[in-house]
Design a protein around this ligand. Structure first.
Ligand code: ADE
Length: 267
């Protein structure tokens, strides 16, 4: 059976999501029902005449804080109490989103066979987008089950972060990408930076595509790509080697780089 993922997104700005979810791979995944995104407008869960969703912080200071009542009402109204699936708050205070976290969330959302939570685990993920200075701490303490940041910078709200998370998780679902190997070769999928890509023409403004890629020798091409991935990672993100899976051959290649600072591999 085709795996599918459902996101319930709680936001004050549902319109932010529409254009992206109607584009390209996201659109196709939704049409094929591999992806379902339900947008829940938190303001609709207010009960006062002015539909107020934020208020001044106790203790003073600048900025506004998202009030707990509409957030609890929206989440519990849609997901029940306690929420029937993990509720992730997008916030710069959360754990940092990486490819490993994307894989973990795809496993949760899909109940993958090899996932420890496969049988009882939730099929859905819910995302809560923070705005203003943040959400009332009681939302964090009593409603949210996880907190994720997409990086060490502060956005005006969690909506873009939620889209980043949805995109990274959805493209891991088998069948979402046209080419099934796409998500495997990606930068970071193997813990390394990806090798360089070239397409036609073979010569552009006098710049040649490396000969090896035109050779038709797939074993050589694979080896070249792996070495390029190792070289790029070594040059740009050596921190990734702490967790990357490396073969004996990879290690030998890396050892050969040590004495060749600044080397550019062509073929
Ligand atoms: N909201 C504001 N900044 C954010 C970030 N870096 N990650 C996730 N949510 C956010």
């Amino acid at each position: 059976m085709q795996k599918a993922v459902i996101f319930d997104v709680f936001t004050l700005f549902p319109e932010v999501f529409e254009p992206y979810l109607h584009t390209s791979i996201m659109q196709r995944a939704r049409q094929r029902e591999i992806l379902t995104v339900r947008l829940h407008y938190i303001r609709q869960w207010t009960t006062d005449r002015h539909h107020v969703t934020d208020d001044e912080p106790y203790g003073g200071g600048g900025g506004m804080v998202m009030k707990p009542e509409p957030v609890f009402a929206a989440v519990e109204g849609v997901l029940g109490s306690p929420p029937a699936c993990p509720l992730i708050l997008l916030t710069p205070q959360g754990r940092v989103f990486t490819q490993a976290v994307a894989r973990e969330l795809a496993g949760v959302a899909l109940r993958l066979e090899d996932d420890a939570q496969s049988d009882e685990g939730p099929r859905r993920l819910a995302l809560l987008c923070g705005r203003y200075e943040g959400v009332d701490e009681r939302v964090r303490q009593h409603l949210v089950s996880d907190e994720i940041s997409i990086g060490d910078y502060v956005l005006t709200g969690g909506e873009l972060a939620a889209l980043v998370l949805i995109d990274a998780v959805v493209r891991l679902i088998p069948g979402v990408l046209g080419d099934p190997s796409g998500a495997i070769d990606d930068s970071h999928a193997s813990g390394l930076i990806e090798y360089p890509h070239f397409t036609r023409p073979a010569v552009f403004r006098g710049w040649n595509v490396p000969d090896v890629l035109l050779s038709g020798d797939h074993a050589r091409i694979d080896r070249w790509r792996r070495e390029q991935a190792l070289l790029r990672t070594w040059q740009r993100r050596p921190d990734l080697f702490e967790t990357a899976l490396l073969s004996e051959e990879d290690r030998e290649f890396l050892a050969s780089l040590q004495g060749n600072e600044g080397l550019r591999l062509e073929d």
